[in-house]
Ligand binder design. Structure first.
Ligand code: DHB
Length: 307
């Protein structure tokens, strides 16, 4: 039994796609739902459709990826419409964002007014919109947006957070997050504004923002593990955690759940390997649990021991 629950949703398998991966169009989203994924996250939607940043804007390396997509998406109405017209037993998590706080509030007002009653994820951490800092790195802005959102929003809501690197940041963020009726947090988004260099060409590898972009893949697993662990130690136990960052194997999933993750998202590995990654990693997790004698995720979730 690999099932896990977040809010009112039960995931039969703990692996779903990370927002922005295989989830911009109906064709892609249907493919995720037809794969071995336990559910679907949609591409972070803005009120209006966006073309995103100039190409090339995604690049694979041996250890992961760099991207500066710039929130290409079909607009919120498209994703609400897709969900309303999709018959599936798998949970769908609607990711939403905006390049201004007012737009994020308006988007959540539309979702509140819609028939959609599933999980919604407010992305506070897109690193790639030119001139826009990540809300998740600004404590005052985070507090302001959550105050404004929870003044009207009554459906299950999570927030996608950027990676934090200092213990004091976890203390300060957790103190804020604990004040709101959040259903979950998702840690982490890509490690923002890294740089990959092509030494032969002596240039950067993606076009937007002078080559700076969000880093995913193996590079970031220790950062993801630390963020999941640190928030699990600080958040109210009712606030669930989606663990995201650097997973390529079933063992990586096991480690994130040991740190406190309820379910786990796959990003770069799906970009590099395709949707077959879900079945492979599910099987690796199943085999590892069997070898260790664990029957369900709760048998080891958050059980990480200190040295
Ligand atoms: C986008 C890219 C990311 O890496 C991310 O974490 C969020 C959004 C984007 O540019 O669309």
């Amino acid at each position: 039994d690999l099932s896990a629950t977040i809010g009112n949703e039960t995931f039969q398998h703990p692996l779903i796609n990370a927002a922005g991966v295989w989830d911009e169009t109906a064709t892609e989203m249907n493919a995720v739902l037809e794969s071995a994924a336990g559910g679907l996250t949609t591409k972070s939607a803005t009120l209006a459709p966006r073309a995103g940043n100039p190409q090339p804007r995604y690049f694979d390396t041996d250890l992961g990826s760099i991207n500066s997509m710039g929130l290409p998406n079909q607009g919120l109405a498209y994703y609400l419409d897709f969900i309303a017209n999709t018959d599936t037993d798998k949970p769908i998590d609607l990711s939403v964002t905006g390049t201004k706080m007012a737009d994020q509030i308006d988007a959540l007002k539309q979702i509140q007014a819609s028939d959609f009653a599933g999980l919604c994820e407010l992305n506070l951490s897109c690193p790639n919109v030119v001139g826009k800092p990540q809300i998740g790195y600004d404590l005052e802005a985070t507090k302001e947006i959550l105050d404004r959102v929870f003044a009207f929003y009554t459906k299950p809501l999570g927030v996608k957070l950027p990676p934090y690197l200092d213990l004091q940041q976890y203390d300060a963020m957790a103190e804020i997050l604990n004040q709101y009726p959040l259903t979950y947090i998702n840690a982490i988004n890509s490690v923002g504004n890294g740089l990959v260099v092509d030494p032969e060409a002596e240039r950067v590898v993606i076009k937007p923002k002078g080559g700076f972009g969000g880093i995913g893949g193996k590079y970031i697993k220790p950062v993801a593990l630390a963020n999941v662990r640190a928030f699990r130690q600080r958040l109210r136990p009712e606030i669930k955690i989606i663990g995201t960052g650097g997973v390529t194997t079933g063992t990586d999933v096991f480690e994130l759940i040991l740190c406190g993750a309820d379910i786990v998202e796959l990003g770069t590995v799906v970009m590099q390997e395709g949707l077959d990654a879900f079945a492979r990693i599910n099987q690796e997790l199943t085999d590892l649990m069997a070898a260790k004698g664990y029957q369900k995720l709760a048998d080891f979730r958050s059980h990480l021991q200190e040295y």
